[in-house]
Write a protein that binds this ligand. Structure first.
Ligand code: ATP
Ligand code: MG
Length: 430
């Protein structure tokens, strides 16, 4: 049988030698989420297809072109999640979370699936960190959410991440705007791309989002939503900006940032990286006050964002930001002979139970090769056990950094105690 050695297009493996890079980000996400009172939420990787049709919107690119949808053996239509918000809202409703103290603050770290053309920063399986907040209309909540994202990027050490914000109003003020937008674009109808022709009929706001150069030019002269905001939406937007100012979060207002569906309301925002080429959005989000109702619940204001983990890693690389390497092996215990080998196994185990990272030979190598391996994995200390050491109950502990050696008793309790002391002394000396 032929060897299966090719992953599907648009997917990536994370290898043991690289996973610390992901964990570094994930730890920061979790810590920052905690600081803002967000708790983790986990939802299935697949959901009923109609959840996304309604929750993402059936005029969006995601639903029209990008979903991984299939029929189960039972005949149900199932879709791999293309994003995290719809599943989170479904779970919110299914478990009646509106009965818990509001606001509900949830975060997730998940894989997402979109059938797109793979290129730098655009994958078919990718990963998002997202935060979702339910049960508040207050502009302070929008600013708090945006600040959480800004703090994360700051902690990652990223430079030159720009924040662009906009308000797309509410269904009330947007009706006027849609009229103006449709009127403006109608004069160019024949010259628009096919997608935009259909957007003009179904979802005019999305016209501003078109990446085709000709249509992009036309968008520059289009009427802009901020000029059409009703008093309530205008005040809300002002409030968001004031709280962002209070938090020292820098932003620019970009009236072309849109989400083309009625249940997206008021605040929308994007964080952009100047260092990763065309796929520059590392994070996007906003308010979706109409979404919970759209999915069948009672009206419930909500907001959230999602950040693309692969794009954040690309940005870190592009900026030459070094991710701290994981702590190396505390000790490698080499051995010669059957008894010594068993003793090495046993001592490693008691160190591991004491929270340390210890290794011995599980391959069957000779002593020389064992010590070569200890060097390769960067063990901080090493020790060699042979018949003499077993007989005397004492061995030589070697600090691999400076070559210093000291005697260490092999009796369990004394061994752990003295090794811990040696390890602390070495860390202190660093
Ligand atoms: P884009 O403008 O790149 O198409 P989007 O508007 O489709 O992004 P969202 O649905 O808002 O993206 O998803 C939030 C974030 O997830 C994006 O800002 C990006 O960082 C990341 N992301 C989206 N699609 C992909 C993908 N195919 N591959 C890698 N990351 C992605
Ligand atoms: Mg996209």
């Amino acid at each position: 049988m032929a060897l299966i050695t090719k992953k599907p297009r648009g997917t990536e493996d994370v290898l043991p030698r690289d996973s610390y890079r992901w964990q570094f980000l994930e730890n920061i996400f979790r810590e920052e989420a905690r600081a803002f009172g967000y708790k983790e939420m986990r939802t299935p990787v697949f959901e009923h297809t109609n959840l996304f049709e309604r929750g993402v919107g059936d005029t969006t690119d995601i639903v029209q072109k990008e979903m991984y949808t299939f029929l189960t053996k039972g005949g149900d239509s199932i879709t791999l999640r293309p994003e995290g918000t719809a599943g989170a809202c479904r779970a919110f409703l299914e478990h009646g979370l509106h009965n818990d103290p509001l606001p509900i603050k949830a975060y997730y770290l998940t894989s997402c699936y979109r059938y797109e053309k793979p290129q730098a920063g655009r994958l078919r399986e990718f990963h998002q960190f997202g935060m979702e907040c339910y049960g508040t209309q207050a502009p302070a909540a929008d600013a708090e959410l945006i600040t959480a994202a800004a703090n994360i990027f700051e902690r990652l050490g990223l430079r030159g991440i720009s924040l662009e914000i906009n308000s797309i109003g509410c269904p009330k003020c947007r009706a006027e705007y849609h009229k103006a937008l449709t009127e403006y674009y109608s004069q160019y109808r024949e010259t628009l791309c096919e997608d935009c022709k259909s957007r003009l009929e179904r979802n005019p706001m999305r016209l501003l989002d078109c990446k085709v150069p000709h249509d992009h030019e036309i968008a520059k002269g289009a009427p802009m939503m901020p000029d059409y905001l009703c008093d309530e939406c205008r005040e809300h937007f002002e409030g968001v900006k004031e709280y962002l100012d209070a938090n020292d979060v820098a932003y620019t207002v970009n009236p072309t940032i849109v989400r083309g569906l009625d249940y997206y309301t008021k605040t929308v925002f994007e964080f952009l990286s100047g260092d990763i080429g065309a796929q520059s959005a590392v994070c996007a989000g906003g308010r979706y006050d109409g979404l919970i109702e759209e999915l069948g619940g009672n009206p419930m204001p909500a907001l959230g964002f999602a950040a693309g983990i692969e794009r954040l890693l690309l940005t870190l690389d592009a900026q030459g930001i070094e991710i701290p390497a994981p702590a190396p092996c505390d000790i490698y215990i080499g051995s010669m002979g059957e008894d010594a080998h068993k003793k090495a196994s046993q001592l490693c185990n008691i160190l591991r139970k004491a929270g340390m990272y210890a290794e011995f030979d599980v391959v069957g190598r000779g002593l020389k090769a064992q010590m070569k391996y200890a060097n390769k994995i960067g063990a901080k200390f090493s020790m060699v056990l042979g018949d003499d050491e077993i007989a005397n109950g004492v061995a030589k502990l070697k600090n691999m950094d400076n070559g210093e050696q000291s005697e260490i008793p092999l009796e369990d309790e004394a061994f752990v105690k003295e090794f811990t002391a040696a390890k602390l002394a070495a860390e202190f000396a660093e």
